[in-house]
Design a protein around this ligand. Structure first.
Ligand code: MN
Ligand code: MN
Length: 465
């Protein structure tokens, strides 16, 4: 009798497990504990986003949080034992958080990859010039932007200046109350009739994205020399030092709640520091995982994942080799490294598009909505994860009762990339996931607090398997 009962349970279980493919907002019938946790999580997220506005400040901030959570820098002689927590920084612009698993790395790794760069304006190598008694910076934009969105927006200047004496000076102006900001001025509607005949995509051109950085001339009438003197005094820099500087203009606006109900977070750079922060938090939460977990937070996705700090570099593979070296006491080989890759499961995490109530332009049966949970991205055309891996990920979400949805681009209407391709090239199993945003790639993106929470729960469950 006992035996029959047992087998009945086994047979019935698959039918009892509720499919969580969302058909309505996950705010409805939400448990109080999830609601409270989601709002609390969003507070931490906003505090992070207020500081982590560039890849450089993101890495610094993640290092600080990692150390608070017991992570140590990975060294040549680090001890490899289950539960050991390390972080590794690649050139100040990419960071990995590693938690050693109970199983061997050759049994596979659980990796979440996301990017920490966002669309923004970079300064050119010789940025400072003067026109009509205003000092301005020449800029070149990073990532896909709608240029008209960047005018009249208070901008902060952030980054580093590296000098020939080997020193680095850090720059961060415009984020604190009371500090000056920089503005790309638009024309008044009274005078711009000529410009209004431009097409929308051309309303503001790339070479017009130059912010005002000064307006008071010196005794000889030069505004730019006055600005240069200020920079010399403040940052001990010369004009030539701009050549070896990485200076970015980012929106100065701090993250805030949006709506009477505070259901949304508005912030610059949620693509993709949202997933990056959430992946880091999941790494901090995971203790003694079965499989080694790695949060891979990487630079330059918005510009094609190039350079040695982007996903299209050998860094991650090199890191896996270094970890293997520690695990196998120096006995690891290329052969062992090749054993890791096919068994490794990767979530390529990136934010996506959510239905915009003013412009509901999507193919509505296959689109994503704010508040409906984690997105499983199905791009088609050879970019989809293998179906058996999708099934496995669905099982993780469903077991943890995490609402999820899917997204596929409207055919021939748009498209975008992620770091997924670079990870699947290593023969790892890769699935693209994320949460939906509104106003994506603008100076101020919106996410739903409840999606943020579900993504965290999903990452945690993925690492906990
Ligand atoms: Mn992205
Ligand atoms: Mn993007």
């Amino acid at each position: 009798m006992q035996r029959i009962k047992f087998s009945l349970v086994v047979v019935l279980l698959p039918h009892l497990s509720l499919a969580q493919l969302s058909t309505r907002s996950s705010w409805i019938d939400l448990k109080d504990s999830d609601r409270t946790a989601a709002f609390a999580f969003a507070e931490d997220y906003k505090a992070f986003m207020a500081v982590a506005k560039t890849e450089l400040t993101t890495v610094k901030e993640i290092v600080a949080l990692a150390e608070k959570n017991g992570f140590e820098p990975l060294a040549e002689n680090s001890a490899w034992r289950p539960g050991a927590k390390y972080y590794d920084v690649n050139r100040d612009r990419t960071i990995c958080l590693i938690v050693a698993g109970k199983n061997k790395m050759r049994d596979g790794v659980r990796l979440i990859g996301s990017h920490i760069d966002s669309p923004r304006l970079d300064l050119k190598a010789r940025p400072l010039y003067e026109r009509e008694q205003h000092a301005l910076f020449q800029t070149i934009y990073h990532g896909g932007i709608k240029k008209y969105q960047w005018v009249n927006v208070p901008l902060a200047l952030m980054g580093r200046i590296d000098k020939t004496d080997g020193t680095t000076t850090w720059v961060n102006v415009g984020n604190k109350p009371g500090e000056p900001v920089f503005i790309i001025p638009d024309l008044a509607p009274h005078v711009d009739r000529e410009l209004r005949s431009r097409s929308a995509s051309d309303a503001i051109r790339g070479e017009e994205l130059d912010p005002i950085v000064g307006s008071i001339p010196d005794d000889f009438g030069s505004v730019q020399e006055q600005v240069m003197r200020y920079l010399q005094t403040t940052y001990k820099m010369t004009r030539a030092d701009f050549v070896s500087a990485e200076l970015q203009l980012v929106p100065a606006t701090p993250p805030v709640d949006v709506g009477f109900d505070r259901g949304l977070v508005g912030a610059f750079g949620q693509d993709d520091r949202l997933c990056s922060y959430v992946a880091a938090r999941a790494s901090f939460a995971v203790a003694d995982p079965s499989f080694t977990t790695i949060s891979f937070l990487v630079d330059n996705e918005e510009s094609g994942s190039n350079n040695n700090t982007g996903a299209n570099s050998d860094y991650l593979r090199g890191l896996m080799g270094r970890l293997l070296h520690l695990e196998m006491n120096g006995q690891g080989s290329e052969y062992h490294l090749r054993q890791i890759m096919p068994k490794t499961l990767v979530l390529s995490a990136d934010v996506g598009h959510g239905v915009n109530p003013i412009f509901p332009i999507d193919e509505m049966t296959n689109t994503a909505r704010l508040g409906y949970g984690v997105i499983i991205k199905r791009y088609g055309r050879g970019n989809d994860p293998n179906s058996e891996f999708i099934a496995r990920f669905r099982r993780i979400l469903e077991d943890a009762k995490i609402p999820w949805q899917t997204y596929t681009y409207k055919v021939d209407a748009g498209g975008g990339g992620t770091i997924g391709n670079f990870l699947s090239r290593e023969n790892m199993e890769v699935l693209d996931c994320g949460v939906p945003l509104l106003s994506m790639h603008s100076t101020f993106d919106l996410c739903s607090k409840i999606d943020l929470w579900w993504l965290y729960r999903a990452f945690e469950a993925f690492y906990r398997q």
